[in-house]
Every structure is written in C-alpha cells, then in structure tokens.
Design a binder for this molecule. Structure first.
Ligand SMILES: Cc1ncc(COP(=O)(O)O)c(C=O)c1O
Length: 393
C-alpha cells in the first residue's frame, strides 16, 4: 500500500495502532482452522517482551562469540534440557528460528550435493522445503517421490522398499504438511539400514502430538534426525527445533554446524523464554491437549461427512492427527471455498490434494481444516480451554 507522504507521522502511528487492534479483535472472534498456527498461553506471552529483544548470542551457552549473554545462556540451557527430556532425545538444538530453517540446517549437512533422496511431493502432502524449489533442492535435483497407495495418503510399502533397495538414497524424508496418519517408519527402517539411507522426520505439524507421546515416536522408530516447528500443535512461539538420539557424535557435529554457522548467526533470543515456558506447559498439559485436538479433528470430520461433504480417508477413520482434508470440488474448488469461509470469519487454507499437479497450487481442489486453535481456546463442545502455567509478572 502506498504511503501518503502528506499524512503526518502521528496519523500513521495512530493507523498502526488501529490496524493492530482491529486485527486482534477480528482474530479473537474468528474460527481459525489453520494448521500452522496456535496461540501462546498467558504465561508464555508474559515473557515475550524483555531486554532479550535487543540482544545477540552466537554459538552455545558458555561458548559464545558475544559478551553479555550469561542470563540468556541459562534460559537456552534450560530450554535445550527441557526439549531433550520431553522427546527423550540425547541431543537437541533450540536455535533454529523456524521449522524451515531447521530443515535447511539439517539438509545442508547430511545430504551430499547431487545425492539421491526420497521425499513426499507437495501434492502428496510434503512441505515446500522438501521440494526441488525448496531447501532440499539446493542440495540435489535427484528427489524421488515416495510411491503412494491408491488412496494417495499412504506410502505403498512394497514399492517403497523396491525404490530404496534399488536407488540407495542418502536420505529418506518422512513427515508432511498434510499429515493425517503416522508414517510407516518401522516398516521401512530395515531396508533403509541395508541401503545406507538415513531417516529424517519432519514433525513440524505434529511436534506437540509427538511430545505428548501420541501419533508416533520417530526417534524410537528408527529416525536419525527429527525437526519441527514449535508453534503448531506444539503451542509455543514461532521457532524451530532439531533433535537426534545423540548416539552418533559425527552426526551431532554435522547438525550442530548446520544450525550455526550454517543457517543462522543470532537466533532471535527474545522468544527463547516463551519457548521454555511453552515447553514446560507441553510437559504438564500436552497429553490432554493432544487428545482433545485429535478428538476434535475426528469429530469435525465425522460431522462434515455426515452432511455429505467429501472428507478424505473415511475408510481409515478420517484422521489420527489434528488435520482434516476435504475435497471442495463441489464448492468450486479450494480457493473459492476457503475465500467464502474467510468472508464468514472461518479461516482455513486451500490445499493440493494427492494426485493433483503442482501447478494447481494457486487453485487446488482441496481445503484443510485443523482445530488446534479452536482446541486451545476451548471452543469445541467437549473441551475446556488449554491450561496455562500462571503468568509471570
Ligand atoms: C512439514 C513442514 N515442514 C516445515 C514447515 C515449515 O515450518 P516453519 O513455518 O516453522 O518454517 C512446515 C510449515 O507448515 C511444514 O508443514
């Protein structure tokens, strides 16, 4: 929007405030069904604004390239230890500033240039960072698509085993953006081991479910590295996370270098205390929240299907995660349907569905409906609001 230079700075400042207030009021009453988002608890919000907004820290606590970090060192150490405890991970890195940055840090160090890898296509539910035009594509053009069963949502196991045995990919990328059911890690880990293929799991969406011991437990099911976003089902501030079992010192060294200096220098310290508070809340209340979120997704799917809507995967009970996929062709496609819903203050995303060409991304067939925020707010009939630790004042 062009700024009218004749308008005084004072008027513009007022407009900033008014616009933010209008957004806050609107967002507070929308039915938000966007999967990538959640809301911070009052306790996490209460530590978001501090002197750390202005500070820098590179490296690790106790080994910084900046002076003046002794207090943030304490927060970062506690956050790292808490993540290790929650995920039973021998090694954790809380420094990536988003899930995409975490993926970039990992791919940059464990995918040799030009190596063959296997991942989900974007229409198959994969994230853009797993695609040729994303992070993974900076390392290699040789990205094979997971072969899918006729339902489009499950990996075809015999075909996947053949692919891995034949192509011996350096990395097998599991985890998706459209992520309804657990990945078959146990079914594919042996063939990966024989082929020398490392297993990577992108838990961006399901991190809170995994933290709560729901959905699946990738590090125990054979995964070498797991990444995630800390602000989706894991209801913290917008950051990223890398986790590993920690039993492979060479791998840990590579991952550590991938995070810093490979993909970041300073790591937006102001949100680290909120990450720590949210992680403690996940530890305390995450199980109930994960159960409620999945139950709400399943109830939404059943209700929509009961009204004749084309909800995906009826034969598998629609979903075991926080997501519901819907074919919106009967409503003019995903773009039209999501715009109409948005006009009614129901916010959801249009989404490619399995089998669609990538060029449909601007006007795909599907929409996705995901109730993590509705669950946090306690707006679904069988839930009360997500508990919070007491705000720190
Ligand atoms: C599977 C997957 N990986 C990574 C990301 C990126 O996470 P972030 O938005 O934290 O960069 C997303 C985002 O939704 C995702 O769906």
């Amino acid at each position: 929007m062009a700024v009218d230079t004749t308008t005084s700075a004072r008027d513009l400042l007022r407009r900033v405030r008014q616009t933010l207030d209008a957004n806050d009021r609107w967002r507070a009453r929308t039915l938000n069904l966007i999967a990538s988002e959640n809301v911070l608890s009052p306790a996490a919000r209460s530590v978001l604004v501090s002197d750390l907004l202005h500070r820098y820290a590179e490296g690790h606590p106790g080994g910084r390239y900046y002076e003046g970090t002794r207090f943030v060192d304490e927060i970062e150490t506690l956050a790292t230890e808490t993540m290790q405890r929650i995920f039973r991970a021998g090694w954790a890195d809380v420094r990536p500033i988003s899930g995409t940055v975490a993926n970039e840090a990992v791919f940059s160090r464990i995918v040799p240039q030009g190596a063959t890898v296997v991942a989900h296509t974007v229409a198959g539910g994969g994230h853009i960072s797993h695609a040729r035009i994303g992070s993974l594509g900076k390392r290699t053009r040789e990205i094979r698509a997971w072969p899918m069963a006729p339902d489009g949502y499950s990996i075809d196991l015999p075909a996947a085993r053949d692919l891995i045995a034949r192509e011996k990919p350096a990395l097998a990328v599991f985890g998706r953006s459209l992520f309804l059911f657990p990945e078959p890690l146990r079914d594919l880990r042996d063939v990966c081991a024989e082929a020398g293929t490392r297993l990577f799991f992108d838990a961006a969406h399901v991190l809170g479910l995994v933290a709560a011991g729901r959905f699946q437990d990738p590090l125990r099911e054979g995964v070498d590295v797991m990444c995630g976003s800390t602000h989706k089902t894991f209801f913290g501030p917008q950051r990223g996370l890398v986790l590993a079992r920690g039993d492979d010192p060479e791998l840990v060294k590579d991952l550590d270098k991938g995070v810093f200096p490979g993909s970041s220098s300073n790591h937006h310290l102001f949100s680290l205390p909120a990450l720590l508070v949210s992680a403690l809340e996940v530890e305390a209340f995450g199980g109930r929240y994960a159960d409620d979120t999945v139950a709400n997704a399943q109830a939404l799917a059943r209700a929509l299907a009961g009204r004749g809507l084309a909800v995906a995967c009826a034969e598998r009970g629609y979903t075991q995660s926080h997501q519901v996929a819907l074919d919106a062709a009967a409503f003019g496609g995903g773009k039209r349907a999501s715009a109409r819903l948005s006009a009614q203050d129901i916010i959801c995303n249009m989404n490619l569905l399995p089998g669609e060409p990538a060029r449909n991304a601007v006007d795909p067939r599907g929409i996705t409906l995901r109730p993590p925020i509705v669950t946090s707010r306690g707006w679904a009939s069988r839930t009360s609001p997500r508990p919070s630790l007491a705000p720190m004042v």
